[in-house]
Design a protein around this ligand. Sequence first.
Ligand code: FAD
Length: 474
Amino acid sequence: MNKKVIIIGAGPAGLSCAYKLAEAGCQVEVFEASPHVGGLARSFDLWGQRVDCGPHRFFSQDKIVNDFFKEVVGNDYTMIDRLTRIYYNNKYFFYPLKPLNAFANLGPFTVLQVLVSYFFQRLTPIKDPKTFEEWIVNRFGKKLFGIFFKNYTEKLWGIPCSKIDADWAAQRIKKLSLWEAVKNAFFGDKGKKHKTLVDQFAYPKGGTGMIYEKMKNFVKSKGGKVHQNAAVKKILKNENGNVNGIELSNGEKVFSEFVVSTMPLTLMVKGLDNVPKEVIAACDKLYYRNTILVYLEIDSTTLFPDNWIYVHDPKVQHGRITNFRNWGISLYGDKKTTILCLEYWCFEKDEVWTIDDKHLSELAKTEVKKIKLVPQDAVILNSFVMRLSRCYPVYEIGYEKHLEIIQEYVNSIPNILAIGRYGAFKYNNQDHSILMGLLAAREIITGKKQNLWDINTDTEYQETQEVLETGLDR
Ligand SMILES: Cc1cc2nc3c(=O)[nH]c(=O)nc-3n(C[C@H](O)[C@H](O)[C@H](O)COP(=O)(O)OP(=O)(O)OC[C@H]3O[C@@H](n4cnc5c(N)ncnc54)[C@H](O)[C@@H]3O)c2cc1C
């Protein structure tokens, strides 16, 4: 196995692929634009503690992925108890829902409205739901859609739920209905396969990014190369239309037999030579949403018990808040402060994306106190802002037909594979990107086509129990 493969991007997808190729004896070179590895799932030091880019909980029901996680991480992980809640209408709802808490927070009249609207919807379902709104209303009824789905989803995506493709709901909350959610809340999950994983998750001692640091070390130990601060400008094609290497942003060219790309799909395709007009037009129709992370260091160790909280309330702009104090002592050591991370989702044209760090920090400080997660008199010692571009591929209604045009074009080039979250325009979690990386390596090693574009929709992953836990995970 002496194939020469270039991989663009050292995130979970790129490094998993590099790992398996290096293990099989391929000549692997990874080119990563940023100074670090791990992509969106990296960890870094902040104020003497370790943090991730927002909450990063590893979870998979896929045996291949779980075995790989264990192979890479070994015993360097701890099991973390999971606690997450939803903040809505000045109240905190446990997520997954707990009946007494939900009943007390909503009140009997609203609960009655929820049930009436649910049963009405069951009797008069929308045929062939096409949008996120129709899909959810069919499953949960209009009332519950308004309470638990509308605000949060529109904060996240920045477009009305009636314009979001039903695909997104189908990928993330496939089998969950109100009945299943209530049944689970009342009767527990007896008989289901993955109870412990629902209540707990395995978390690497050095933060999620440790997984990818270890992968990088493995690749290097097998003779592979991982170049950081090495942005790829474009993928090169030869006269037969096959790709034969890359050009870096400094103009240097590197040649190979295969290229695996995890850079944004639309940018990758538009950078190729001689791309048909309709493919470029399809690329221009797809777009992404950005995230701003604002980290705050608070002079307290006992703020609230959750790993993270979904903030549905429209009174504040952030949509989720992570409390790193509750992710294990290996992150904070002997420090006596708490690091919180607030997520703001936006487009590049939105005002919040353009305002400076100082104002963003002020906004975050005001908002944590407004929703009473931090007491009014608490001392906020430090703040830090991070901007993440293109981290959410937007599933606007009709996106699929544009994506299909691009997929067909990429498939027509035999020695290029596009994988990963923005790399394949798939709303991946780490496990999906890892699986794509492993299968891309398998395709190169064996020469047998893998179903890479379908990962996240057709895999066994979407089991009810997993969904009950992760339906809201973004
Ligand atoms: C706030 C937030 C919270 C999340 N929470 C969870 C969670 O709880 N659980 C979970 O499993 N997943 C979570 N995810 C998703 C997870 O981070 C991603 O699924 C995963 O990182 C995707 O891996 P990837 O390799 O496909 O892409 P990325 O992580 O985006 O990696 C792509 C890499 O390519 C590099 N790159 C891009 N362009 C170029 C170029 N031109 N040249 C060279 N390199 C380039 C980038 O710098 C990056 O390092 C979360 C994501 C976010 C944003």
